[in-house]
Design a binder for this molecule. Structure first.
Ligand SMILES: [Zn+2]
Length: 279
């Protein structure tokens, strides 16, 4: 098995929205805000090569929206999706599977891109898309609260691709890659857990987007069901601490991953760094 992480792009969102009920006096010590109160986030994707398959986890924003839309997310830095894959030794044709953690625009938009002659085309012509059934059904109904995140131009092409695999429940995608489904951020958030060199790596996606989100109450205001997020985090953190799992972060511009440690205040982040520092 080979594991690679790469940052598609950094972007900026409101710091208050990223930390929900946590006062700025506290979160601003963990993430520096600019004059508009935005903080930097990464879009770190994961590639797992195993048993003849090359599995990509999430595909970033893509390019289908207009310039005004992208002005609001302040994309900067990173290697891009195709460039980042190339840096890991892959072309889009090599990708056999894409796990879409959920259908919010910053996670799924890159799978279908503007075609040179108009319309959209699949960036990964040989890939099957894995999305949880609860997320697929939820996103297709949409709702006022997530209207800005569930964009029809991102979601429709999956349905029309003929290559959509709807995942019903927690289970193995292939040996060493397990999928787990969560409900607090959005119903059906699906996150992979990888067994690699004797260690379990949990890709924490939008459940624990950065190392600053490890404390149980440090959650995004975007979460639809905060109490469910807290319970789901508690389960993951307890399990990870007990078994010495590594957390991989999708949105942390400073740390690819971290270990956990027990403190009198609860479970907290321990040693942080690049994946290659740990496995
Ligand atoms: Zn999300």
């Amino acid at each position: 098995m080979k594991i690679s992480l790469f940052n598609i792009s950094n972007f900026r969102v409101d710091g208050g929205a990223m930390f929900g009920v946590i006062p700025k006096a506290l979160w601003s010590r963990q993430a520096e805000a600019d004059e508009k109160n935005t903080i930097d986030l990464s879009l770190t994707s994961l590639v797992v090569e195993t048993g003849g398959r090359v599995i990509l986890v999430d595909a970033g924003w893509g390019d289908k929206q207009d310039e005004k839309f992208f002005r609001h997310v302040y994309l900067h830095g990173g290697s891009g999706l195709v460039g980042g894959l190339a840096g890991c030794g892959y072309s889009p044709d090599n990708i056999t599977d894409v796990i879409i953690t959920h259908l919010h625009a910053d996670h799924c938009g890159g799978c279908f891109v503007n075609a040179p002659g108009g319309g959209v085309e699949a960036l990964f012509p040989n890939a099957v898309y894995h999305i949880s059934r609860p997320q697929w059904e939820w996103a297709n109904e949409s709702n006022l609260r997530e209207e800005d995140a569930f964009l029809p131009e991102n979601i429709k092409p999956f349905g029309e691709s003929g290559k959509l695999n709807l995942v019903e429940e927690n289970g193995e995608l292939c040996p060493g890659v397990r999928l787990r489904i969560f409900y607090g951020h959005t119903p059906g958030l699906m996150l992979p857990e990888i067994s690699y060199r004797g260690r379990t790596l949990f890709y924490a996606g939008d459940l624990i987007p950065t190392a600053a989100h490890i404390p149980l109450l440090w959650n995004m205001a975007y979460d639809l069901l905060p109490l469910v997020t807290i319970a789901e985090k508690q389960e993951i953190l307890d399990e990870a601490l007990r078994n010495d799992h590594l957390l991989l972060f999708q949105h942390d511009p400073l740390a690819e991953c971290c270990e956990l440690t027990e403190t009198p205040k609860g479970i907290r982040g321990g040693r942080k760094g690049k994946l290659s520092d740990f496995v």
